[in-house]
Design a protein around this ligand. Structure first.
Ligand code: FUL
Length: 471
């Protein structure tokens, strides 16, 4: 087997494949911090301050759906340790709050709203707990933590993501908790085998920043050492084992999966990236940020580079103190959804003649995995031409590899016929699950896509060429 063939032996697990197809989903940061105007609580907050009088997770779900999101992850417990459900393992929960006279359960209301409106529900649970006296006591805390997520994974229906944050601000002289990750993963697999364990977990990789930045080439095949990479990032100081740190890869490295990086690695894994960022500067709601909601342009840019850059997009929207999204956020979500729907409204390929230098390119027309394009055996390049009878106005191109056959494409170009000749209008690196090529209204009758380098025969599960905006 050649070196490149070895790389393409690595494919997603079914749960990762399903997860990737969600593409875009919401993060909800909500807890005592919403009431104290802080980003990190210290665990000493009184549950009496938690009283979101108009709490309505259906409002959240409707708003995130309007943006085209297909799931929602709730901060069931942030670093301050306050539980949004009535956990039996601590008194530091909604049960001790005045909200609904201590009878409420935010997790249940949110899970129910997701189910009712047909989106997936996931849980964020901070391993770092600043309230629990057990934190730092090894197994005693592990038992407590496993007990808490067992409640979440058994009482609220199907969970698509268990999001373990790596942050810990204890510092060198603070408490040290060595988490028994393998035990946690074992319990999760048993209770929710279809859930992906994200960030401090084996299924979904933190992209390495919280600003919405993306890599030029995002690879899903990476060294096994990249797993738990969160643990060596600057966010996390809870691991001071130098040898362990050396074995790991830094999640923030600009290149995690090129041939050169993978060359000396024994073990490779499928570990796709997730881009997580907030619609505002902070993760939690602050009145002072009501006028700092990201612009539509910025969000479209992040969407194109994450969903359209071989990653998934986890966008945070923080509810206000009354338990509802602020209107500035809901308006932006609706605008974003409309923009995205418009972007993919008209697939111009329906009226185009497609041709290719080898293989059956017709197989790439339908956006599914039952049929896909592959050139003849041994070819690692392809030349695909789409031709229209009269000029069309192109807004963007979408390419998708069949990732069930791994990630193969290393580089490609797009050319448009302008003044009777093909001219290069885009040069791309990887494709992976999906590549969105924004083209700003190119008018042409012929487009040529050249896959210029691929690890083994390139595949395309889908090719779409979409109409630009009417001016
Ligand atoms: C970080 C946390 O410290 C932030 O508060 C937030 O939850 C973000 C998603 O992850 O590590």
């Amino acid at each position: 087997m050649t070196y490149d063939e070895r790389l393409t032996q690595i494919v997603p697990h079914e749960r990762q494949f399903r997860f990737q197809q969600l593409e875009f989903y919401a993060f909800i940061h909500f807890t005592v911090n919403t009431f104290t105007d802080r980003e990190w609580g210290d665990g000493s907050e009184s549950p009496l301050i938690f009283n979101p009088e108009k709490l309505d997770p259906e409002q959240w779900v409707k708003a995130v759906k309007s943006a085209g999101m297909r799931g929602l992850i709730l901060t069931c417990k942030h670093h301050d340790g306050f539980c949004l459900w009535p956990s039996q393992y601590t008194r530091h929960t909604v049960a001790a709050s005045p909200w609904k006279n201590g009878q409420g359960d935010v997790v249940k209301e949110t899970a129910d709203a997701c189910r009712k409106h047909g989106i997936k529900f996931g849980v964020y649970l901070s391993p770092w707990d600043r309230n629990s006296s057990l934190y730092g006591q090894g197994k005693a805390y592990d038992d407590f933590f496993v007990g808490q997520f067992t409640e979440l994974l058994t009482g609220y229906g199907e969970i698509f993501s268990v999001w373990f944050d790596g942050a810990c601000g204890e510092g060198p002289n603070g408490k040290k908790q060595y988490y028994d990750w393998e035990r946690y993963y074992g319990v999760i697999r048993e209770l929710q085998p279809n859930a992906c364990i994200s960030v401090c977990g084996p299924d979904i990789r933190w992209c390495g920043n919280e600003a919405g930045h993306t890599r030029v080439a995002e690879w899903s095949v990476v060294p096994e050492r990249a797993r738990d990479s969160e643990i060596v990032s600057e966010k996390s100081q809870h691991c001071d084992d130098a040898e362990f740190r050396q074995r790991k890869v830094d999640a923030r490295d600009s290149d995690l999966g090129s041939r050169a990086v993978l060359e000396n690695e024994d073990k490779l894994i499928w570990y796709p990236a997730e881009v997580n960022t907030s619609i505002r500067p902070g993760w939690f709601w602050h009145a002072s940020e009501d006028d700092k909601v990201r612009s539509l342009e910025e969000l479209v840019h992040i969407y194109n580079n994450s969903v359209g850059g071989n990653a998934t997009f986890l966008l945070n929207i923080p509810p206000t103190r009354n338990g509802l999204f602020h209107e500035n956020d809901t308006m932006r979500l609706a605008e974003l959804g409309e923009y995205i729907r418009n972007m993919f409204r008209v697939n111009l390929l329906e009226d185009a003649v497609l041709s290719c230098d080898s293989g059956d390119i017709e197989a790439a027309r339908a956006d599914d995995y039952s049929e896909y394009y592959i050139p003849s055996k041994g070819r690692t390049t392809a030349e695909i031409v789409a031709k229209w009878n009269s000029p069309v106005n192109i807004g963007c191109i979408v390419l998708k590899e069949n990732i069930l056959c791994s990630q193969r494409v290393e580089s490609f170009t797009v050319e448009a016929e302008l003044d009777g000749e093909f001219a290069e209008i885009y040069r791309g690196t990887v494709i992976g699950y999906k590549r969105i090529v924004p083209l700003e209204n190119i008018v042409t009758s012929r487009i040529r896509i050249r896959i210029t380098d691929s690890r083994t025969e390139p595949t395309l599960a889908f090719l779409g060429i979409y109409q630009g905006r009417e001016e």
